[in-house]
Design a protein around this ligand. Sequence first.
Ligand code: PMP
Length: 456
Amino acid sequence: MLTNDELAKWDRESFMHPSTHLAQHARGEAPGKIIKTAEGCFITDRDGNRMLDAFAGLYCVNIGYGRQEVAEAIADQARELAYYHAYVGHGTEASVTLAHMVMERAPDHMSKVYFGLGGSDANETNIKLVWYYNNIRGLPQKKKIISRWRGYHGSGLMSGSLTGLTLFHQKFDLPLDTVLHTTSPYYYRRDDLSLSEEQFTAKCAADLEEMIEREGADTIAAFIAEPMLGTGGIVPPPAGYWQAIEPILRKHDILLIADEVVTGFGRLGSMFGSPHYGITPDIMTIAKGLTSAYAPLSGSILSDKVWKVLEQGTDENGPIGHGWTYSAHPIGAAAGVANLKLVDSLNLVQNAAEVGPYLTAQMAEAIGEHANVGEVRGEGMLTAVELVKDRDSRTFFDAADKITPQVVAAMGRRGVVARAMPQGDIIGYAPPLCLSREEADTVVQATADAIKEVLG
Ligand code: PMP
């Protein structure tokens, strides 16, 4: 077996990591963990250190690690048929079965699912389909897409443009100029602290409508949003937000794309985030929880309204010119089928609805009064702790002080993995949906102790 030093050398010499300080990593100043095995909510590194993974990888291992049913489904599929494509109407038993299972779970007005590989490519697909949709409808000017500051939709050319975090734009010449960003529904960080939640919602809606009127509704194709902000800070929407936003989109003939990459398949304690917040999207993006990351697979779920226009388009123009070699990959599909069966048989949506709020409540109880805790918030199995220099003025810590990375590192020394969210001092928690109350207590205790160690 390779020694840790040998592996670290190969890593520095050969491996360009995503979302990483490349220079520090290559100099060996910022080595990441090399994980070896995992079971349930726990991961174990090469040195045998066992840690509770309170971020489920990148909020994707929803069923927990080490589920043999999924491993066996993948192995069986690989032995029987590792690959066949889905072009020109072809498929596999696994891909057709998974499509059926996804549509059984999707809201009633949805019609079909197109499978991709990850959330970013699914959102690239979505925007291409929206453009195609408006071209077929004879509305070639209606192409701009509105997303929100602090939204996260991936890091491709279009999906990275949709993402509303400047870290993902700067030096990449993004966003593309067909993308506009509107107000982030981030109540805690609103510009005018005197606004009530309802007033802030009204402001978000007014800002959106103003943007639509300024640009011209006939130039705007779609609005894309996560039902609840994820990577931008784990922020539940302010009261009445979706009820205020959706009618504006309908009034202006603007499609609603719900990016359910994080919220899909149970994370909010409901099967999907859209019905959870009472919205009826035209397109839904799914990924992570579709396979619990046992294999890469994503999807674009299309409403009947969109689907009918796509059908018309192919009757007029021939086959749709869009597809990846690995669309509906049978190994991903087999993982998805086995995964969704486990989500049901283990009652994981229900567990997320119960243990998630318990985690958030216990966290608030343990650290909510700390002088540097600005807010503890969450929904379902998603929790965030926002740290501030001063509670009353909500001042940010100096980014150079790296307060949140320090707290997260201190948690790591206590055997719990959380995530320092990009942009701001926010600790994120998105454990596997099978988290137990005892495991939630461990996460809270590690957080409280780590905050005490770093901030007193
Ligand atoms: N949309 C959302 C809401 C996400 O959270 C993510 C990933 N965190 C993506 C899209 C992009 O998915 P991927 O990283 O699989 O491309």
